[in-house]
Design a protein around this ligand. Structure first.
Ligand SMILES: NC(=O)C1=CN([C@@H]2O[C@H](COP(=O)(O)OP(=O)(O)OC[C@H]3O[C@@H](n4cnc5c(N)ncnc54)[C@H](OP(=O)(O)O)[C@@H]3O)[C@@H](O)[C@H]2O)C=CC1
Ligand SMILES: [Mg+2]
Length: 339
């Protein structure tokens, strides 16, 4: 009894400590978003992710793998001066978040500066984001995507859509405002549903003509104005493959930076095993097919190393994509039900 009480007490202590750490970090970030002066101050001791025309800077570690480059602000000021730019340019950075230890993180676009000179000074490489996703670890993927998305949003929201006047950012970059109309613009994501449809023993994957050769993914589509996630899901499956789904089960969500920021809402769904005949909307999809557990397991176990150079006949999106999570979950569930 005493032992279990102690255990409970210790658990609560750990929970409340980690919780208060999380809460204080979120409150700190909230203050940086609201207080320009505090944000400028935080930048001085922060880390900055660099992007050249939206391509993030990666650095090779001693062990030969690539990681996202996070430069100290003071180091970056020095580098900027070396490539002929005023060091105060760092103030153009946007706040992304903070590390577990409370160190603020920012992103900065340096597309106007000489790419090669910067790469040399930073001992790194600017890499297209899609390629970068194959080179860095999963935990860095969300941060690098967020950094790019925020930069892109600011680049395309420089003018008020009501007055045509330039909008002005706050220091953190959490909004832009039009001084003339008073309209405040906040960074936006477009909601997208993504669904893995199963008939009980197979799952349905599709490909668009623009996908890399051989890659099939779960069905997806943008939500229409005023639609719920469930309505969008039913509609997209009906539109794209002519099927009626049931038993929707929420799986998770993900911010997706391509081609603009999407907010992916991922679900599983089933169809009646007697009604699995697909009728493809060829304007949207090049192909849609039912895949067996064996085909899926093979694809999950053997992801292509370099899909551009040696595309396999069939492969699924890589692990950083939420489509991969859906496919993994489906395969795990199939495995359990076969035991
Ligand atoms: N993370 C993941 O695992 C996955 C992510 N995705 C992402 O999901 C998103 C949507 O997928 P997709 O199946 O192509 O979508 P849809 O099935 O809705 O098809 C795209 C269509 O939507 C139009 N469109 C483009 N942007 C928007 C918008 N913001 N709102 C409404 N309609 C729009 C396009 O028109 P137009 O003719 O102008 O191009 C195009 O006709 C994409 O960004 C894709 O990259 C998809 C699969 C997996
Ligand atoms: Mg679609």
């Amino acid at each position: 009894m005493l032992k279990s009480f102690k255990l409970l007490f210790n658990c609560n202590l750990v929970l409340s400590r980690s919780c208060s750490g999380y809460v204080s970090r979120m409150r700190y970030l909230m203050r940086l978003k609201e207080d320009d002066e505090a944000c400028r101050e935080a930048l001085k001791s922060g880390n900055i992710l660099l992007y050249h025309k939206l391509a993030p800077l990666l650095q090779k570690t001693n062990s030969g793998v690539y990681k996202l480059a996070c430069l100290k602000t003071s180091d970056l000021e020095h580098i900027l001066e070396k490539v002929g730019k005023d060091k105060h340019f760092v103030n153009e950075s946007f706040l992304l978040g903070c590390t577990d230890k409370g160190q603020p993180q920012f992103s900065l676009e340096v597309g106007d500066l000489d790419r090669r000179a910067l790469e040399q000074e930073c001992q790194g490489l600017f890499v297209d984001l899609r390629r970068a996703f194959f080179m860095i670890t999963g935990s860095e993927s969300a941060l690098v995507a967020k950094g790019q998305a925020l930069l892109r949003w600011h680049q395309t929201n420089g003018f008020c859509s009501a007055t045509g006047q330039p909008t002005i950012r706050n220091q953190s970059g959490s909004f832009r405002v039009c001084p003339s109309s008073g309209i405040t613009y906040y960074p936006k994501m477009a909601p997208v549903v993504i669904v893995l449809v199963s008939d009980g023993s197979r799952c349905l994957l599709a490909r668009q003509a623009m996908f890399p050769p051989g890659m099939y993914s779960a069905l997806s589509g943008f939500c229409d104005m005023g639609e719920s996630m469930e309505e969008a899901l039913h509609r997209e499956v009906a539109e794209e493959v002519g099927l009626e789904v049931e038993n929707l089960q929420y799986s998770g969500s993900q911010h997706w930076p391509f081609p603009q920021s999407s907010f992916m809402l991922a679900c599983h769904a089933t169809v009646n095993p007697d009604k699995t005949q697909v009728n493809i909307d060829t304007a949207e999809l090049e192909d849609a097919r039912w895949f067996t557990f064996e085909e899926i397991t093979e694809a999950l176990q053997n992801p292509p190393r370099n899909p551009k150079e040696e595309p396999p006949v069939f492969w699924v999106p890589p692990s950083y994509a939420i489509a991969n999570q859906l496919i993994q979950e489906w395969a795990n569930q199939q495995q359990l039900s076969r035991k």
